[in-house]
Design a protein around this ligand. Structure first.
Ligand SMILES: [Zn+2]
Length: 352
């Protein structure tokens, strides 16, 4: 029997490799240690490698693992960046933030230890931690059946709902972020989660002196297999039109806007500084198949054995978020590195 998870999807190992690559590169390192442990008892942390001057007016921030299990792909990109990225141009720094949801990486879940989708957890201070899109109540029985994984006609029921209501309202209903179903998919939590709060605090402390900010957050599971989309979540003048075109940025989120998404935190912190926020998606499975994988893994966690990593539902989620295909991984790294090169060029070339 081969070991599971495989080495490239083992949090403790990929974390060690990231840290080793950052040290070999001579990066400054910060680690934000978090509560909780991985399945092997390993500590969990958000690790941050800083390349270039400590105080730089232009900052490019590259993040991985906001959605836990998706972070193995982002980690591959970041380790390659540490090897191949040239020194940042004068006045520019590059920051690689590894594993924003390390618990989810370690336990092969998209969400964190409180079932929170961290890309729905960045509500403003004093924000309203309640509510759900109107369609969510209708979708809850389909998305979140309170029973262990089993075949129950998901695809037929989903297709029927799609035919009846259309993709856009359903996508918004499913993925827009909800705060009322703590065991449900796309749950945003009821307070800032430790890793989201720690990262926000860390970034805030580094922003004095920064005049221009570009951010990239790496995800997987949306779009066509082996392709990448660079979704421009916020266009705020840190990149000019030519740089945006070179980087192939596409406008906004494709089918829905999420409450509490990380882009909102970046906008609050940046204030009136020029800011561009990019979300890179590396496509794997078709939408419904992806949703089904998320749903079955969620059932396994809540209604079967939550500790069991090698359950078929958990394996399937890993396959959906981080395909074992070498070709897929090569393409993911290629797209990931190319985007950063383009954005860095654009940021360095922008008028100050
Ligand atoms: Zn994601």
């Amino acid at each position: 029997m081969e070991a599971f998870p495989p080495a490239e999807a083992c949090y403790a190992r990929v974390r060690r490799r990231f840290l080793a690559a950052a040290r070999a590169r001579g990066a400054r390192l910060d680690s934000l240690t978090l509560p909780g442990r991985g399945p092997g008892g390993e500590a969990l942390a958000v690790d941050i490698a800083w390349l270039g001057p400590a105080r730089a007016p232009r900052l490019l921030v590259h993040t991985s693992g906001l959605h836990g299990v998706e972070g193995f792909a982002g980690s591959l990109v970041q380790r390659r960046l540490l090897e191949v990225l040239p020194e940042p141009p004068p006045g520019t720094a590059v920051v690689l933030v590894h594993g924003l949801n390390p618990w989810g990486m370690a336990w092969l879940r998209r969400v964190n230890e409180h079932n929170v989708d961290l890309n729905r957890n960045f509500l403003p201070r004093g924000g309203d931690w309640s509510g759900a899109p109107p369609a969510y109540a209708l979708l809850d029985p389909l998305l979140n059946p309170p029973s262990p994984p089993r075949a129950d006609g998901f695809y037929l029921r989903a297709l029927w709902l799609l035919a009846r209501h259309g993709l856009r309202p359903l996508a918004q209903g499913v993925a827009g972020g909800q705060y009322d179903y703590p065991r449900g998919l796309f749950y945003g939590g009821h307070r800032p989660e430790p890793s989201a709060a720690a990262y926000t605090h860390w970034l805030e402390s580094r922003l004095p002196g920064v005049e221009r900010l570009v951010t990239v957050d790496v995800h997987t599971g949306l779009g066509r297999w082996g392709r990448a989309m660079a979704l421009h979540e916020h266009t705020g003048g840190a990149l000019d039109a030519a740089a945006r075109a070179r980087a192939g940025l596409q406008p906004g989120a494709p089918a829905y806007t999420a409450r509490g998404a990380m882009v909102h935190m970046y906008r609050r912190l940046a204030g009136d500084r020029p800011l561009d926020v990019v979300l890179q998606e590396h496509g794997t499975w078709p939408l419904l198949r992806m949703l089904h994988a998320l749903r079955e893994e969620n059932r396994q966690y809540h209604y079967d054995d939550p500790q069991r990593l090698d359950h078929p539902a958990r394996r399937r989620l890993l396959a959906a978020a981080f395909p074992a295909s070498r070709r897929w991984r090569r393409r993911c790294v290629h797209h990931g590195v190319t985007l950063v090169r383009h954005l860095l060029e654009g940021l360095a070339g922008s008028e100050s």
